[in-house]
Design a protein around this ligand. Structure first.
Ligand SMILES: [Zn+2]
Length: 234
């Protein structure tokens, strides 16, 4: 299975779903973490992003878009489209679309647009910690037991050294762990991460419709770019 994960900044994916990333890697899935922008302390945070991905065992792609260009706009969606076509993921994760941070929010909306061909499932991880209080409520609909991955999640967050003091040190880490405990308690395990579902497409049956879609378009997989995965004109 190919899994594509989007985060606006270095550390977002580790905080939101580091345990699930490690669990996908443990299961032998091909996992790419996509970091859209590095807004501050560029050199240090690039290294921190690489270290976080290494601990979780995923590949990392830093798009390095200028922070002011991040938005639900053509520039961002073009970059995301390119990844959807080249990697052709079965499962995509992104920020919660109501996250209080404008970059998180924009990445989520751009991912939902880039997934418009409906070839993959899309799930949203919970609001980044720290994050502002917003009027809507996160709908925890899908849970992953990360009891065995919790230590790696914590370690992958700790490598973001530029953020630790900024976010309150141990207090911050305890907040992240506390949420995982709460989600774990809900599903009778030690630690868990929760997701809101945008769409699930044949998730329980290995996305077999994708092969059917290619066949219906008179193209077989491997024969150039499958027609079903072509980027539609906008
Ligand atoms: Zn962020």
């Amino acid at each position: 299975m190919r899994v594509l994960i989007f985060g606006a900044h270095p550390d977002d994916m580790e905080i939101g779903m580091g345990g699930t990333i490690a669990k996908h890697v443990d299961a032998g899935h091909d996992v790419i973490m996509v970091c859209a922008t590095v807004p501050t302390r560029h050199e240090e945070r690039m290294l921190e992003a690489q270290e976080g991905a290494r601990i979780l065992g995923a590949r990392l792609e830093v798009l390095d878009l200028p922070p002011d260009d991040i938005g639900h706009n053509r520039r961002t969606i073009r970059e995301f489209d390119r990844l959807f076509v080249s990697f052709d993921p079965h499962l995509v994760y992104t920020h919660w679309d109501q996250d209080s941070h404008q970059d998180h929010n924009a990445v989520s909306r751009a991912v939902i647009t880039a997934g418009r061909r409906n070839r993959c499932s899309i799930l949203m991880y919970e609001q980044t910690i720290p994050g502002g209080v917003v009027p809507g409520g996160f709908k925890a609909q899908s849970f992953v037991d990360i009891s065995e991955q919790m230590d790696r999640k914590r370690e992958s967050i700790l490598v973001h050294r530029t953020q630790i003091e900024l976010n309150g040190g141990d207090w911050w880490l305890e907040g992240v762990r506390g949420r995982a405990m709460y989600r774990g308690y809900q599903m009778n395990v030690r630690y868990a991460e929760a997701f809101e579902v945008v769409k699930e497409i044949e998730a329980h049956f290995g996305n077999q419709h994708r092969e059917l879609a290619s066949h219906q378009n008179g193209r077989t997989a491997g024969e150039g770019q499958p027609a079903a995965n072509a980027i539609p004109e906008r």
